[in-house]
Design a protein around this ligand. Structure first.
Ligand code: GAP
Length: 439
């Protein structure tokens, strides 16, 4: 399938099934901002919950944090974002469309929109941070920024978290939250947007141990993505060359996925050295030093950062799960999501709308809901159509209440991927699903 085809199909499936809608669609949409519908929000919550479980709950050396989006403006001077968080921008002299100067289609000098040759003058640096004003005065003294990364909320709270949690270096702080970048050229659906979520973790280590921790986190993060069921042949590391390194990084590796539009980064692992804490010490006048217990060394910790884009990870998960295949002479579209990611775990169907079957199916659906297993009751259309709808939505199991149910209290459970059907006792269905969904 051509890459554009696959992206178009994915965008249309996401809209049709209630995964992702264009923001403010009734007004013609907002540039590169997306809303997550009933299934999308569940998938996103599942991605974030699995990340939190792996990074915070299953480790005793990482603490959680939820810092505010709006921060003191000095934060962004200290972090280097006011001065250096820029992309080169050029404008077409004919149609006045603006582009990133480093895009391959712009580098030849021809405008990709109107085709004008030698369309661009000198590139100027464009700061990607969104600016707004805090309080009623709209003057330079009240400027604040929407954070372009969640990391700075962690750095400025390093001392607060360390002292209150009584963690000792090495330890980490994790948070998930919104970030904003006024991207010049957003695109590829939810890949590059102006509002997005990051799941970031800063791991504070003693200088000299940073290379070792860097390798540890590289391996942990790759293993996490494989555990989501993502095809490992489509995952790889990309080491940043000197010309790619961010202003704060000594070393950086991207985790890339082979999207329909090519290999692209969706998580970064960075050795940020003591850059951020030292700068905050300098700009705030507050000490960021760590003193080892028992009269040990004093130092400003180095930081190994893992920074995952939540929306990009969702695109990885969706693109990886999408498949088209033929079943019994009929084409079907399947989202083969790992059951722990699937928004709806089971659909419940009465085979026919009579003989008391809808009542039994409704009761079973309620029992699943009470056990906190997201489920869906559907009695509309042929059983084949109901299966197809759930295959597209990524639901791993469909449970059918049929004539035999009233005789022997059993139902059939059909597996989305193998298409195998199993008869299970009605009162065992909750346990059957819980066993497969794990803790
Ligand atoms: N704190 C480090 C940092 O922000 P980054 O490589 O600029 O590093 C980390 O961003 C991750 O955030 C990226 O790998 C990507 O998944 C996500 N991300 C960055 N810009 C994005 C955008 N405009 N739209 C969606 N996700 C984005």
């Amino acid at each position: 399938m051509a890459s554009n085809d696959l992206m178009d199909k994915l965008v249309s499936l996401c809209k049709r099934r209630g995964y992702i809608f264009q923001s403010s669609e009734i007004y013609g949409g907002t540039g590169s901002v997306w809303d997550y519908g009933p299934l999308g929000v569940e998938l996103k919550r599942n991605v974030k919950a699995l990340w939190w479980k792996a990074m915070v709950h299953m480790r005793d050396d990482v603490e959680g944090l939820d810092a505010a989006i709006l921060m003191h403006p000095r934060t962004w001077e200290a972090s280097g974002h006011v001065e250096g968080f820029t992309d080169p921008l050029v404008e077409c002299s004919n149609c006045h469309r603006r582009f990133r100067a480093d895009l391959p289609e712009v580098e030849g000098g021809q405008c990709p929109t109107c085709g004008t040759r030698d369309a661009f003058g000198e590139a100027r640096q464009f700061n990607l941070m969104f600016k707004t004003f805090m309080g009623p005065a709209e003057d330079s003294a009240s400027v604040v920024y929407l954070r372009p990364e969640t990391a700075q909320g962690i750095f400025v709270n390093f001392q607060n978290v360390q002292t209150t949690s009584r963690q000792k270096v090495p330890f980490g702080i994790a948070q998930i939250g919104k970030a904003f970048r006024n991207e010049i050229t957003p695109g590829n659906f939810i890949f590059r947007t102006r509002e997005f979520e990051q799941a970031e973790m800063q791991f504070f280590v003693k200088p000299g141990t940073d290379d070792e921790w860097f390798e540890h986190w590289k391996a942990e993060r790759m293993a996490f993505h494989v555990s989501l069921g993502i095809d490992s042949d489509k995952l790889r590391f990309h080491a940043h060359g000197d010309d790619e390194l961010a202003h704060y990084a000594k070393r950086a590796f991207d985790i890339e996925y082979e999207f329909p539009f090519g290999w692209k980064e969706f998580e970064g692992i960075h050795n940020r050295t003591d850059f951020d804490l030292s700068r905050h010490e300098e700009y705030s006048g507050k000490r960021m030093e760590y003193i080892e217990p028992g009269g040990g060394d004093r130092f400003i910790p180095y930081v190994v950062e893992t920074s995952m884009g939540v929306d990009r990870t969702m695109l990885v998960v969706l693109a990886d799960a999408y498949r088209e295949e033929e079943v019994e002479g009929e084409e079907r579209v399947v989202l083969g999501l790992h059951p722990k990611l699937a928004p709806v775990k089971a659909a419940v169907f009465p085979l026919v709308k009579k003989d008391g079957l809808p009542e039994i199916a409704t009761e079973l659906n309620q029992a699943l809901r009470k056990a906190a297993i997201p489920s869906f009751y559907d009695a509309a259309g042929s059983i084949g159509r109901r299966y197809r709808r759930q295959d597209e939505a990524g639901t791993p199991w469909c449970i059918t209440v049929d004539g035999e149910t009233t005789e022997n209290q059993t139902v059939t459970i059909r597996d989305r991927d193998t298409l195998q059907q199993e008869r299970v006792a009605l009162d065992q269905v909750v346990g059957w699903l819980q066993e497969r969904l794990g803790g």
